[in-house]
Design a protein around this ligand. Structure first.
Ligand code: SF4
Length: 397
């Protein structure tokens, strides 16, 4: 008897199924509701529509949302009493139902090179780190933001990877890191247009894999890009992924921010070991997703992060293979001398090896800067972040 086989699933169906699976897993690590113990809702992290809905709940008209948006995201106000375009009785009513929150800065450290690191504590006591890296030559810099407490991915060269995923950060906690960093540099109201600002760039390269917490990250970045508030352009935001291929497509279509890929190895056998996500989405699939990324076809360069590990991934043959992989892409390669952390299993490549590698990539026409380690003395450099947060028990399946 001939069995009737179901039609084969298309690649698009498989990708959609995979995205659904990732989003379901993300939900198991959801953040707690953004509310205080006395039941007031945090207005930070709400979309404009959600803000309107919250105001409606207390019998207020939608135009208030525009006013509040300006005070919260343009002026940086955290106290309703400072919102001078809102009448006093209304200020009191808002304070009765809402807060404009910030994560608590439990520890702030400033490196000898001016890099600043915050250990932020959230309402449920969980913690994550944020780093401000000033530009050495100009009055501006990048804020490196965390998207999760801990990480599931366990990349072998990364300190965060030794800390199990505790939970995802909510939109309020993600955008709140940037807002608290701004408080610390007194950078409110938001500078307009080309006016110089210190905190001029966001890199989603802190703790966690942002594409495993896509919806909260996307919400936070949409808020940050809103023109009537913080108003950072998408060109000033870079999302770094280890290669969650199905979500890269969605991120490209919906957010269109710059993409950085933590590549770190050019052969599947080695990448399987140091970036274990590679076993799921191998190099060929990852590179195909980079070629599909919409910003790349707009000639915006994709950054490939490559940590230099002594005698492991730093040979001339590796450099040549890297050039072959990225041929034809608008790309830049950031070479990162490995930043050791307590108990780390690797050594940094020698300066000569890094130089040789960089020359081969540059001779092929790609920019290939060697990233100067920043904030190593306070464990703020790339791959060094970690907190004491632990998951008490695994979330229910
Ligand atoms: S490099 Fe990024 S994805 Fe990998 S373990 Fe570290 S934080 Fe997680």
């Amino acid at each position: 008897m001939n069995a009737i086989l179901p039609p084969p699933a298309s690649v698009a169906d498989l990708t959609e199924a995979e995205r659904t699976r990732i989003l379901a897993k993300t939900a198991r690590f959801a953040p707690p509701p953004a509310r205080t113990a006395d039941g007031r809702t945090d207005l930070v992290g709400l979309t404009r529509e959600e803000l309107v809905a919250e105001l409606d709940r207390i019998g207020e008209k939608p135009f208030r949302a525009k006013q509040l948006w300006h005070w919260i995201y343009h002026q940086g106000a955290t106290d309703f009493a400072r919102m001078s375009t809102i009448a006093k009785p209304m200020q009191a009513k808002l304070a009765e139902h809402f807060i404009v929150g910030r994560p608590e800065a439990a520890v702030v450290q400033t490196s000898t090179d001016e890099t600043r690191k915050w250990l932020f504590r959230f309402r449920d006591g969980q913690e994550a780190e944020t780093v401000y890296i000033p530009d050495r030559h100009e009055d501006r810099g990048a804020v490196c933001i965390s998207s999760q407490v801990g990480c599931t991915l366990a990349c072998r060269f990364c300190h965060t990877g030794t800390q199990a995923l505790v939970r995802n950060l909510g939109a309020a906690e993600i955008v709140g890191q940037f807002m608290a960093a701004r408080d610390s540099y007194n950078e409110w109201p938001s500078p307009k247009g080309e006016t110089p600002r210190l905190l001029s760039t966001i890199v989603l390269m802190g703790m966690g894999e942002p594409l495993y917490n896509y919806e909260n990250v996307a919400k936070a970045m949409t808020i940050v890009m809103d023109n009537e508030g913080i108003a950072l352009s998408r060109r000033r935001i870079t999302l770094s992924t280890s290669g969650v291929v199905p979500m890269m497509d969605r991120c490209g279509e919906e957010l269109g921010v710059n993409l950085a890929v933590s590549l770190h190895a050019v052969r599947d056998d080695l990448r399987d070991e140091i970036v274990p996500l590679n076993r799921k989405y191998p190099i060929a699939e990852l590179m195909a997703a980079c070629r599909r990324y919409p910003a790349a076809s707009n000639a915006r360069r994709i950054t490939f992060e490559y940590v230099m590990l002594k005698d492991l991934n730093d040979s001339e043959a590796d450099a040549r293979e890297l050039v072959r992989l990225i041929a034809g892409l608008p790309a830049k390669v950031n070479l990162i001398p490995f930043n050791p952390w307590p108990g780390s299993p690797y050594e940094t490549s020698t300066p000569a090896a890094i130089d040789r590698f960089s020359r081969i990539v540059m001779d092929a026409g790609f920019s290939s800067p060697v990233r100067t380690p920043r904030g190593r003395d306070i464990l703020a450099a790339c791959g060094q972040l970690k907190t004491e947060s632990r998951r008490e028990r695994p979330p229910a399946r």
